[in-house]
Design a protein around this ligand. Sequence first.
Ligand SMILES: Cc1cc2nc3c(=O)[nH]c(=O)nc-3n(C[C@H](O)[C@H](O)[C@H](O)COP(=O)(O)OP(=O)(O)OC[C@H]3O[C@@H](n4cnc5c(N)ncnc54)[C@H](O)[C@@H]3O)c2cc1C
Length: 318
Amino acid sequence: MAEILVLVDHADGAVRKPALELLTLARRIGEPSAVVLGAGEAAASIAATAGEYGAATVYVADGAEFTEQLVVPKVDALTQLAKEKGAAAVLVTSSGEGKEIAARVALRLGSGLITDAVELEAGENGPVATQSVFAASYQVRSTVTHGVPVITVKPNSAAPEASSAAGTVENVTVSFTGNAAKVVARTPRVSTGRPELTESAIVVSGGRGVGAAEGFAVVEKLADSLGAAVGASRAAVDAGWYPHSNQVGQTGKQVSPQLYVAAGISGAIQHRAGMQTSKTIVAVNKDAEAPIFDLVDYGVVGDLFEVLPQLTDEIGAR
Ligand SMILES: Cc1cc2nc3c(=O)[nH]c(=O)nc-3n(C[C@H](O)[C@H](O)[C@H](O)COP(=O)(O)OP(=O)(O)OC[C@H]3O[C@@H](n4cnc5c(N)ncnc54)[C@H](O)[C@@H]3O)c2cc1C
């Protein structure tokens, strides 16, 4: 069966959820092999998890290079494995780092690259990827026609499904090409305790309608009651009410959660470009004519300072 290499994204010794989604999708197009890089002592437990989610083989490579340098060592490892194993495709999570790795691997392999896929299926000529483009106005289905397809997949594109496989660990020695940018310092990000915006299954976003930085308190309270990440429109970010890292949209982050709640957001095309692939969209806006209502599954016409606290209380009461 065609071997599909899946780069397993991990943090703090645990597999990140998007990697489990990739393993689930990989089973639709072939036999998944997990690639675990720079995990140190956590490699064994990460490999075991990959096996539980369908990896027949887990390639494990360690080395200071993976943590001391930026993406190039991972590119070296994936390129080497894709060539040595005759992989039928390479799957990487659609994060900033993931897309850079994928682009470099595709270049080195002389292959075609598809980014931000939201669906994968087997086709006669290799994997068929679906992308959602032009602010999710169109769905595009593409196949790579040259070389080993390298595909990045957006988080939340599939629900992770466990499927026990051998998970046979194969240690790999990577020949590093060097020449990579080196990490000279690390500053831990101050944790809000909330899930990562692009990975979260639920996102609650606030826009100019929250009125001030303090207005985000009602958005955060609703997010916390749902275990959600907090997003913001560019208008709210530009006003200095919320950090740029939380901006959703064309020039912000692309999110595709199961549930997206837009509070006090009008629904400009540039905002839609970052959230329109969300599975269920709910908007709270006091203007019944706001364009966001054209794309919602559920819309509440009302003042967010009245609606959100009631919703938070109701969720807390259940
Ligand atoms: C090149 C470019 C890139 C851009 N990239 C992005 C991007 O990445 N992300 C992004 O979001 N935007 C982006 N924008 C900006 C975008 O065009 C809009 O200006 C922006 O999304 C508007 O943000 P908003 O909906 O919060 O504000 P507004 O459009 O001002 O809407 C505020 C809404 O809140 C409602 N409201 C007010 N008070 C309340 C209340 N108390 N209760 C309920 N509702 C209330 C109003 O009825 C209104 O609909 C970009 C623009 C450009 C030109």
